[in-house]
Design a protein around this ligand. Sequence first.
Ligand code: GLV
Length: 389
Amino acid sequence: MKAASVIDYRELARARLPRFLFEYIDGGSYAEVTLRRNIADLEQVALRQRVLRDVSTIDLSTRLFGQELAMPVALAPIGLAGMNARRGERQAVRAAEKASIPFTLSTVSACALAEVAEAAAKPFWFQLYMIRDRGFMKDLLAEAAALGCPTLMFTVDMPVPGSRYRDYRSGLAGAPGLRGAVRRTLQAMMRPRWAWDVGIHGRPHALGNVAPVLGPNTGLEDFFAWMRNNFEPNVGWHDIEWIRSQWSGSIVIKGILDADDAHLAAEAGADGIVVSNHGGRQLDGTLSSARALPPIADRLGGRMTILADGGIRSGLDVVRMLALGADGVLLGRAWAYALAAGGEKAITHMLDLVRAEMNVAMALTGTIRIADIDRSIVHDLGTPDLGAA
Ligand code: GLV
């Protein structure tokens, strides 16, 4: 199948990846209510079609955190995504560069900061969790800064990891030691292309940034144990000050879903937020990002940059999120699926599709610049706006 959409890339990824990896990126927490809402609520946002306007020159470029971007899109941080293709984050950073958009490296990536930097020609963004070992955090921040990362995405919606049933069913979680390894190996054997590309030639299979504290023999089975044991559950707003003392670049707080928290993020001096429920992977039953976003944008009133993620499966969805109040979006699963399906080339193609879809959505809403996209092009939010402002 030749992919014509992000949804097609999802199917290609399903066919290419061992089950434990597909379920990891595709799944959400508990009953996956939020995961479904993210997609469904965004889909229901009806845009106002406008015609007979001059849309001969549509400009998707924008500026986020002082950086010129070809479109208001960045690749989201995704744990383990580098396992979806050989040294995957190296491929993703190159695709992002080619598209002139930022790539965000996850703390729990397969490739370490230095390895990604070696593949990249330009600086990329870095994502960090609050980790118990402050010395380790300090070192990671210093390394990211030394490599020129201009923007830090500080993820705050994972003081404890949510339970993802699919990971237990697939054997990625809850199956330590030999039993889990055997299950994953059997799944990998059913996907010979992946087994050859990544299983054999894509080593080491470790969490590159975390390996120094976990020791050299870290495998995937240590992933969840490390997250459970090392994430800092008593993180508070004062910790933003500590981060600020360690980081002179932009700070973006990822995982805001409430207008009060958005206000507190602005008070704490963040440069931006990501309106996010972690792709429906943490607290199940939250508002979708699409519904959480408008009251947050209203409350902030332009005080800081707003990014949003969750449920974006097309360029049309990007335009919808911008119309609801975002200055830019993060694409998460979209790039992980494409990476699995065809590496760097497929991510480039997926981003081409998103760009083309944005062009059409803008042409038919009569918007020719990103700054033209606002609530005035939204006809109907689709669902009653229950967001507490
Ligand atoms: C990590 O951020 C995850 O969602 O698994």
